[in-house]
Design a protein around this ligand. Structure first.
Ligand code: ZN
Length: 80
């Protein structure tokens, strides 16, 4: 009955290995993380995270600003 013992042992080893593999599997994030881009404010030369930047009204100029004040200053400066 040596063959039966080997089979049982093999099944045990397989179960242990499978449980270890399952435990080690790290849950994947639901969506790939997109690194937030840094954009430069053309008025005060500050780098701002794109998602938090203020978008300028003018389509011609650089559209990202650190604040509404900078966006207004840029619009006023480009008009004159
Ligand atoms: Zn600014």
């Amino acid at each position: 009955m040596r063959a039966l013992q080997v089979v049982v042992l093999a099944v045990f080893v397989a179960l242990i290995v499978l449980s270890l593999v399952k435990r080690r599997r790290v849950p994947a994030p639901p969506r790939p993380m997109i690194p937030d881009e840094l954009v430069k404010d053309p008025v005060c030369q500050t780098y701002v995270v794109r998602s938090r930047a203020v978008t300028g009204a003018s389509a011609s100029g650089p559209p990202f600003f650190c604040s509404v004040e900078c966006a207004q200053r840029y619009a006023a400066g480009s008009r004159s």
